[in-house]
Design a protein around this ligand. Structure first.
Ligand SMILES: [Zn+2]
Ligand SMILES: [Zn+2]
Length: 142
């Protein structure tokens, strides 16, 4: 678990905390790889505002042909945080520590398209013979 401790930072009015972490989400979901979270937290009169960019690659079966689809994902986070909560559910924080892995996982999961395709024009599988039509026609429709 990778935690960003903001306990001391929360008492440093006017300060900025920059972070840039490469993360492994294997324990949460091994379909995500090359995950990174980078951003800044600003502390203005005790109000902490976080802005961050989460990026990563999701490798998951294509909805049409079931071959692995490789999806580069990006999500932007912008919210205020306190030592025990964030303004919305986009950041996981407890006891003054931000859980970067859980936060990145939630952001990337939301960034996934509803329809997962290995490519825009994926031809899918023939319902009759089960051949992957991206590899060429199967002859069922002739
Ligand atoms: Zn496909
Ligand atoms: Zn066929």
């Amino acid at each position: 678990m990778k935690l960003l401790d903001i306990n001391d930072f929360s008492r440093r009015d006017g300060d900025t905390l920059a972070f840039d972490e490469a993360l492994s989400l294997d324990e949460l979901d091994p379909s995500f790889s090359e995950v990174r979270i980078a951003g800044k937290i600003r502390n203005v009169v005790g109000v902490m505002t976080i802005r961050a960019l989460v990026s990563g690659i999701c490798t998951t079966p294509c909805d049409r042909c079931l071959e692995p689809a490789v999806l580069p994902l990006e999500a932007e986070l912008k919210t205020t945080v306190t030592l025990n909560a964030s303004d919305d559910d986009s950041i996981t924080v407890a006891a003054g520590k931000i859980d970067l892995e859980k936060t990145a996982y939630d952001a990337l999961s939301l960034a996934l398209p509803t329809k997962i395709l290995c490519r825009e024009d994926c031809l899918g599988i023939c319902p009759t013979c089960g051949k992957n039509l991206n590899d060429g026609p199967c002859g069922c429709n002739e």
